[in-house]
Design a protein. Structure first.
Ligand code: SF4
Length: 471
């Protein structure tokens, strides 16, 4: 009978984590070996931020990092559950690790993230992927060392779907970038949009204390970070779960008062919680980027009701109009779902009408993907794939020319740019982001990376801009 354990929450977590990390280091670094870990992250920025904390703990346990699974002594997949094809990809990739494990039985294979919080998935992994050692959901990340110690000392497999209510602060962190940082301000979501699996896999909304967030950002700015993005499934409801805590607009204003030369961005907002106070605060704060990612999902009020979104196409448009009134240069992007159950041609026309009215700078477009466990997945009136695809193409045909036209309005003008990296296509060309979050490529020397400079836009393309540094 194969031996696995259902993990219990370890009390006295910080102390226990320190002990477990030392124990693991003594095992995996025996004989002065430096073990290698390969961490693969699927999905959203919140998963990227979670993986940075996972890498922080692995580094403290003595692991170095590799991108090659063949070189690794530990492989960890931080998974996503938002769309079906993301999950199918993970099953394929973890299946491919079986031969690696057979060749290296002491290797650790770990699966975590939103996909792994689902019972059906854990059962599938337990029964069909015997080469996987540890499986847990997003909130159990702080307990990773204790789970690894269990496996390494008892050679058992560890599975858990427990949800840790507290947020562990001060976990070690290995950031992917030296100048751009993700800072999670809250976890989970209480909105239960009927198509979305997130509330079932990331739990209820839990905000970090503003004191901890401000401390983290002060440290980041002091160590040279210039472009900081605040993360949350719905950042606009920050603080609502903490007695006496400030709301999101006040948090932004408090971060804006931190000394230093840096920019603040945030994602993701929800139109039902995006307040006039927030838009006014964005407009009055010097360091807050005028970049608004505000998913509208559908232009049909009937569909918005069925999605449990709690706003109308009209109230959404009023918000955008107000944002543009107080921030004329605001860059507005959004998410839209095509083919939600029950969507008629008339509903889809309403979506096209709103897209036409708003004139988004960019639109993240998705085909509705049935997620087991969500309310919409039970709906009988699912839309045919061919109809979804035909509508999807019409939506792209409407939006693409608008993206180009919006970028063409920027030609000949100067913009402050945060220099992110050398361009992927040409080492003599740099790539940066405007305050609006638009990508601009321009000739320049790599020692400008991590700095701000002023760029004159010379050429617009649909998804990016070309420019030259303004002397
Ligand atoms: S706001 Fe809605 S779509 Fe966004 S994470 Fe929450 S439930 Fe999902």
């Amino acid at each position: 009978m194969e031996h696995y354990v259902l993990m219990n929450v370890v009390k006295n977590e910080d102390k226990e984590r320190g002990i477990a990390m030392e124990q693991i280091r003594s095992i995996v670094c025996a004989g002065n070996i430096t073990p290698k870990a390969c961490v693969r992250t699927y999905g959203c920025q919140q998963n990227v931020a979670d993986s940075e904390r996972i890498k922080g703990m692995l580094s403290q346990m003595g692991y170095d990092f590799t991108e090659q699974t063949e070189e690794a002594d530990l492989i960890l997949f931080n998974t996503c559950a938002v769309r079906e094809h993301a999950e199918l990809k993970v099953y394929g990739n973890v299946g491919a690790l079986k031969s690696l494990k057979a060749a290296k039985p002491e290797m650790l294979i770990i699966m975590c993230g939103c996909m792994m919080q689902q019972e059906t998935v854990q059962n599938q992994i337990r029964e069909k992927y015997a080469h996987v050692d540890i499986v847990f959901g997003p909130s159990m990340i702080p307990q990773l060392p204790m789970m690894m110690a269990q496996v390494l000392t008892e050679r058992s497999r560890v599975f858990t779907r427990l949800e840790l209510p507290e947020i562990a602060e001060d976990l070690p962190i290995v950031r992917d970038d030296a100048h751009k940082a993700w800072v999670s301000v809250m976890y989970g979501c209480n909105n239960f949009c009927t198509y979305c699996i997130v509330p079932y896999v990331r739990g209820r909304e839990r905000s970090r204390s503003s004191a901890e967030i401000i401390k983290e950002i002060e440290e980041l700015v002091a160590s040279g970070y210039r472009d900081i993005t605040l993360l949350g499934q719905n950042v606009n409801s920050y603080g609502k779960d903490l007695e006496g805590e400030m709301d999101f607009a006040d948090l932004l204003a408090a971060i804006d008062r931190i000394e230093g030369n840096f920019w603040i961005r945030f994602t993701t907002s929800h139109p039902k919680d995006c307040s006039i106070k927030l838009l006014d605060t964005m407009a009055s704060c010097k360091k807050v980027c005028h970049q608004l990612q505000l998913p509208f999902q559908s232009g049909s009020n009937k569909i918005l009701k069925d999605m449990n979104r709690h706003y109308t196409a009209e109230s959404y448009y009023d918000l955008i109009k107000y944002a543009r009134k107080v921030m004329p240069d605001v860059v507005v992007t959004s998410d839209v779902i095509v083919g939600f159950p029950g969507e008629t041609e008339e509903d889809f026309q309403a979506t096209l009408d709103l897209v036409n009215k708003v004139q988004f700078d960019n639109l993240y477009t998705f085909l509705y993907s049935k997620r087991t466990g969500t309310k919409a997945a039970l709906a009988e009136n699912q839309v045919e794939e061919s109809v979804k695809k035909e509508r999807f193409n019409r939506l792209l045909a409407l939006q693409h020319p608008v993206c180009l036209a919006k970028n063409q309005e920027m030609e000949g003008k100067d913009y402050p740019v945060y220099v992110e990296s050398v361009s992927k296509n040409d080492s003599k060309v740099l790539s940066g982001k405007t305050m609006g979050g638009k990508t601009v490529d321009f000739p320049g020397s790599a020692d400008l990376i991590g700095q701000f400079c002023t760029v004159t836009v010379t050429k617009a393309k649909s998804w990016s801009l070309e420019g030259k540094i303004k002397e």
